[in-house]
Write a new protein. Sequence first.
Length: 181
Amino acid sequence: MPPPLTTDRFTLQRIEPEDRPFIFEGLSHPQVIPFYGVRYDSLEATQAQMAFFEALERDGTGQWWKIVSRQSQEALGAIGFNHYQAQHRKAELGYWLLPRFWKQGILTEVMPALLCYMQREKGIHRIEALVEEGNTASNRLLERMGFRHEGTLRDCEMKDGRYISLRVYSLLSTDGAGSGL
């Protein structure tokens, strides 16, 4: 079981089965899903995401946390990693926030705690993030955290019947500067 991670204003807590309504709220929200890789049309369908979180933990291929306000105890979003490959010491970072919590510095505060955990506790050397073209807020966040834009995978996936391109970002454990670590 992963440890909770704490910052001044937030705690990253393990996602539990009873968090399914919160996960559904985020992954069905019309402002969240345009740039996110999955979406759900019902609370029942969201069970697939909960099974994904459980499989990551069970198989040792990742971990996700809900972002919780220390003051209000309200869940604000989620952050975590998946596609962990121990042999290559790399994983993929992901995150989302409910729109009412955008532009409050939440991810800027919690991401360094997660990056530190990934690099120091899990020994992950390369952290990758794939950002759909047009998601400028996510691009800026990653760049502030010290990630480097490596290039763009053009027309690499289908979404809503059209091709999308993904910008590839990475942070290496040897980068250090800018990551808050």
